[in-house]
Write a protein that binds this ligand. Sequence first.
Ligand code: PGA
Length: 252
Amino acid sequence: MREKIVAGNWKMNKTLDEGKTLASEIVNMYADEVSDDVKAILCTPFINLPSVKGIIGNTKNVFLGAQNCNDHESGAYTGETSVPMLKAIGVSYVIIGHSERREYYNESDEFLAKKVDAALAGGVTPIFCCGEPLEIREAGTHFDYVTKQLTASLFHLSADQFKKIVIAYEPIWAIGTGKTATSDQAQEMHEKLRQHLASKYGDVAEEISILYGGSCKPDNAQEIFAGKDVDGGLIGGASLKSRDFIEIIKSF
Ligand code: PGA
């Protein structure tokens, strides 16, 4: 179902105690101040997940997310974390295909397709990231580039599987740079992505939440979320401050 979602990607930030403090602040503010039906997802480092789950408890509309998963169910993969392990501690979402993982850990479209399969098989919802680097935007081939990322990692799915995916469009040139896409650039890309999904999955495309990510902050969120194909945000830097994260959620 197409839902409004604001997901916080903490990346490799917050020790256990710091993370508990941040999560408590967010959960309390969410309960007190957010009345709208916006889902909040806290994507914390692995080590913080169980504690943050305890803090979230049964708070309505607040969910736990991981930032990565392995593509196998179990086995000899030193240092890795499987989807069943995540599911067992209450993780509902997992970020797959973030540009930092594509770039620094060489994660290819084909490999990401396997992670998507593993997440779906384990009952955890993928937040699948796509987005173009600056040189592609400047060359004017960004629509092609991003739609190809979706085709390569997602178009093997059945329509029923596809319904369970959340997509995040994150132009790489806007991540952590303070340089956000304009609301028109975001809406334009989201519309193109939805059309692309419709070309394969028909009406299902209308049910998919497409989030924007890249320097989304309290002072630009409202304008970005106003786009009719923009269903929320994947927030990095601003998700590390409880007040900023809550203000972004309240921007809807
Ligand atoms: P940013 O990061 O909000 O700090 O730009 C977004 C992301 O990488 O998910």
